[in-house]
Design a protein around this ligand. Structure first.
Ligand code: ZN
Length: 274
């Protein structure tokens, strides 16, 4: 039904038991051609080691996770965030990732001004964009479920992210993570609006009922209520043909299991239900 070569292991999925280089090796053992490392894993294992592991295993980086976190209470802190994102661009280059995923950030401490936070996000991305364009790294704005608006991302729908892309221009696009956008009645229309050029990533997992933890209880594809095949069809129709990252934060379940088995199950479910 599907091309397993599209599947990427987002290394958040195995982060409890595997570090970055281990995750890359694990992806390769499972026959995957893609993996998405996180910056904390790069900090721990070393950028050169991550790049070497990708190279040695014939695994390509589908994205670098993650940049963003632009809003802050002072100009100096906002500048520090932009500088940190510049380092992320260099890291993306070093591992040949063509996409930097942005989790844009929420409200600065003590603030109730979400419109102001959103303006800081736009200013931050605008400041980063010339360098991202020059380096050939696309900036993928990932809208997060509104429950994270205060502390992780004040961009909460695909439509809102695309409005931002419209204003910022080339070099920006979106990462569609089903966990965050599956509920959106406007999802199909916004995926079509994004189009192939601005669809920079596709993240899959499932929404469990009940969800016991808003951050760390994501489900394996097929175990929840998201119509993954339908969203996948919309992505196909819109022309997205890039890697599809399995990204599961699951402190009590999948993170506890043997990661080789988790990856094998993810691969099987990808072929069956996505
Ligand atoms: Zn994601």
């Amino acid at each position: 039904m599907d091309d397993p070569n599209r599947l990427s292991l987002n290394l958040a999925t195995t982060r409890m038991r595997w570090g970055g280089t281990e995750g890359i090796a694990g992806a390769a053992r499972a026959g995957l051609r893609w993996a998405a490392p996180w910056r904390d894993q790069i900090a721990k294992d070393g950028l050169a080691e991550i790049a070497r592991a990708l190279n040695d295993h014939g695994v390509a980086a589908s994205s670098l996770c993650r940049g963003g976190m632009f809003p802050a209470e002072s100009a100096a802190k906002r500048q520090a965030a932009i500088d940190d994102n510049r380092r992320a661009l260099d890291q993306a280059r070093a591992i040949d990732a063509q996409v930097l995923v942005l989790v844009v950030g929420g409200l600065p401490p003590g603030s109730k001004d979400i419109a102001g936070a959103r303006a800081m996000v736009e200013d931050g991305i605008a400041a980063l964009l010339p360098e991202a364009r020059a380096k050939g790294v696309a900036l993928a704005i990932e809208p997060l479920h509104p429950m994270y608006a205060a502390d992780r991302a004040c961009i909460n729908t695909l439509g809102q992210a695309l409005d931002l892309c419209d204003r910022l221009g080339p070099g920006t696009g979106v990462a569609v993570d089903v966990y965050h956008v599956w509920w959106d009645p406007d999802l199909e229309r916004q995926i079509m609006r994004a189009g192939a050029a601005r669809l920079l990533g596709f993240h899959i997992c499932d929404w469990l009922v009940p969800t016991r933890d808003m951050l760390l209880d994501r489900g394996m594809m097929g175990d929840g209520v998201i119509d993954l095949a339908r969203i996948r069809r919309w992505m196909d129709q819109a022309g997205y043909d890039g890697p599809i990252e399995v990204e599961i934060f699951s402190a009590e379940n999948w993170w506890q299991r043997d990661p080789d088995q988790v990856v094998a199950i993810a691969k099987q479910r990808f072929l069956e239900v996505v």
